[in-house]
Write a protein that binds this ligand. Structure first.
Ligand code: NAP
Length: 332
């Protein structure tokens, strides 16, 4: 059995290129007792993977050179040595970036097969991006009735969930920023945003002020940099920020200067960063809430699907450059 896998060949400086990765065909050994073999059907490509291409301290280990990269995936068990995961079981796991994954059974979790629900949704709405949006709003920014919420990266996997969940939790005004006129239109027409703007048009602070003339109470930060400075300038007293990501800086060497930080003191702001690894204990609670919303038709979603293991790296680069609407996934 051959597994086609993407390995990190060298560590990128700035934007990754095809020189930094290599697609490798690996002959898998026979299963040993306790192992399962899975044919993946969907792979996730996520911004945090860019950080794992670097060396050095982060909240997840760097990818090793010349080994398969990891990431979330869903698939079907095609060979098994354990009773708990028989052939045909739908599973999720972290051995992505490859078409066939093989490992001890403990590395795979069985998923329910829900009629009408694509397994890919366990990588998005019912998976990382959904739970990240919900956790950031409920546990970090403590969104409440009547809040005005600003979301950056609003048309992406996390961002499309944040706007809708904020509204379901009582926010009275939800505004978002994204990187194209088409995305901005989608935010107001499909995702229920009251106002949205294209940050590529410039003057983020001015555009935010026009979208939220009475200021913001909550900022869900997917982008960092200039967006964070603008949010700090727009906060009302007692404002709260869930610092979820900083994609504008992931290809940059070093950080950016943050402006308006004096408002953290004068307006009594709370800024809190979080990574989902510390909050997965909430997964059962989240699953119940989100399944209810999905069943009731309260959650819209998009997936940007790229076909084929050969195109996985292209899908990753496309997501980093804003080619996706909603969650970017690779279908095998
Ligand atoms: N804390 C956690 O545990 C956690 C978990 C999941 C994700 N995250 C973070 O959440 C954020 C969103 O992740 P996601 O998976 O939902 O990805 P995503 O938003 O679906 O895709 C990334 C998006 O970032 C935008 N982008 C790229 N460069 C940008 C720039 N310079 N300025 C502004 N926007 C830029 C692009 O959209 P545009 O067209 O709008 O530019 C692109 O579509 C990321 O920062 C990620 O690291 C954090």
């Amino acid at each position: 059995m051959i597994s086609t896998q993407w390995h990190l060949a060298s560590r990128p400086t700035g934007e990754p290129t095809s020189e930094n990765v290599v697609k490798v065909e690996v002959e898998l050994p026979e299963l040993t007792a306790g192992d399962v073999r899975v044919r993946n059907t969907f792979l996730s490509v996520d911004p945090y993977m860019r950080g794992r291409m670097n060396e050095g301290r982060s909240y997840v280990a760097p990818y090793a050179l010349n080994e398969a990269m990891g990431g979330a995936a869903v698939g079907e068990v095609i060979e098994s040595t354990v009773d708990s995961l028989p052939v045909g079981t739908l599973v999720q796991h972290q051995l992505g970036w490859r078409d066939i994954s093989q490992a001890p059974a403990g590395q795979f979790s069985a998923l329910p097969i829900v009629p009408g629900v694509s397994p890919s949704l366990f990588l998005s709405v019912l998976g990382l991006t959904g739970i990240t949006a919900w956790t950031g709003l409920t546990q970090i920014a403590h969104v409440k009735e009547g809040d005005t919420v600003f979301v950056s990266g609003a048309a992406g996997g996390v961002g499309t969930m944040v706007g809708q969940i904020a509204r379901l939790l009582g926010a009275s005004r939800v505004v978002g920023s994204a990187g194209s006129a088409e995305k901005v239109e989608l935010l107001t027409s499909k995702y229920g945003y009251d106002a949205a703007f294209n940050y590529r048009d410039g003057d983020i602070a001015g555009q935010l002020k026009a979208a939220a003339p009475d200021g913001i109470d909550v900022y869900f930060d997917n982008v960092g940099g200039e967006h964070l400075s603008a949010a700090l300038g727009a906060f009302n007293d007692g404002g709260r920020a869930a610092i979820c990501g900083a994609i504008s800086l992931y290809n940059a060497n070093g950080g950016s200067g943050i402006r308006n930080s004096q408002n953290i003191v004068t307006r009594g702001l709370t800024l809190k960063g979080f990574t989902m690894g510390n909050y997965y204990f909430l997964a059962p609670q989240f699953a119940e809430v989100m399944r209810g919303w999905l069943t009731d038709g309260k959650i819209a979603y998009d997936e940007t699907i790229t076909d084929g293991i050969d195109n996985a790296f292209t899908a990753f680069l496309g997501m980093m450059n804003g080619k996706n609407v909603g969650k970017a996934v690779v279908r095998l």
